[in-house]
Design a protein around this ligand. Structure first.
Ligand SMILES: O=C(O)[C@@H](CO)OP(=O)(O)O
Length: 229
């Protein structure tokens, strides 16, 4: 039996301020640092260890993984980062306070943007400073890969190649894997792994810094999943 651990990053400064974050590279809040360390302690208490870690290009996840590995005295393991594990790109909502968005657009529309897997938030234009094409770290991406907005389905479309080519391959080599990513990139992955319907995934809320464990059989079929806390 093999275990895969997925963790959403600790609380970020903009989670605390209730702002749409997406690809904005916001740091962990003070509480977020503590939550990340605590996730590491929980894993340690339960005798977890890992051969490889995967995370996004965004510091709230990178730092969470680092803090988890530090608690486990595992800072030496290889870590692979990919933009494909980034949070969903929230378009022109990025930076906006979620209550201000509700006041401006109404709660029904904002809920659709947040949780309807097929709904696109308003797009940014390529001259918007939030367009990822202006950011050095995304130099290697093609224009098609650089988002102007994303719904959950499109997030899943760019997460899955990384899942199949890197994460599943590592597990097939019997490596013990930890993945630290984001609310919506993990929702898209869990939708895929658990075959969730659009409605089921719209009700899935993933808490910050709480290890989500999949137990898998030899063929990497799921036996069960649960939170570790
Ligand atoms: O702002 C975001 O990027 C995400 C995660 O914090 O928000 P939501 O939960 O509204 O999708």
């Amino acid at each position: 039996m093999q275990k895969l651990v997925l963790i959403r990053h600790g609380e970020s400064a903009w989670n605390l301020e209730n702002r749409f974050t997406g690809w904005e590279d916001v740091d962990l809040s003070e509480n977020g640092y503590e939550q990340a360390k605590n996730a590491g302690r929980i894993l340690k208490k339960n005798d977890y260890n890992f051969d490889v870690g995967f995370t996004s290009y965004l510091k709230r996840s990178i730092k969470t993984l680092h803090l988890v590995l530090e608690e486990l005295d595992h800072l030496w393991i290889p870590v692979e980062k990919s933009w494909r594990l980034n949070e969903r790109f929230y378009g022109a909502l990025q930076g906006m306070n979620k209550d201000d968005a509700i006041a401006k657009y109404g709660s029904e529309q904002v809920l659709k943007w947040r949780r309807d897997p097929n709904e696109h938030p308003p797009a940014v234009t390529r001259d918007d400073p939030r367009y990822p094409g202006h950011d050095l770290r995304y130099n290697g991406l093609t224009e098609r890969e650089l988002p102007l907005t994303e719904n959950l389905g499109e997030t899943m479309d760019r997460v899955l190649p990384f899942w199949n080519e890197r994460i599943v391959k590592a597990m097939r080599r019997n490596q013990k894997v930890v993945v630290v990513a984001h609310g919506n990139s993990l929702r898209s992955l869990i939708k895929y792994i658990d075959h969730l319907s659009d409605e089921e995934v719209s009700n899935l809320e993933i808490p910050t810094a709480t290890p989500w464990v999949y137990e898998l059989d030899e063929g990497l079929n799921q036996i069960r999943h649960y939170y570790l806390d």
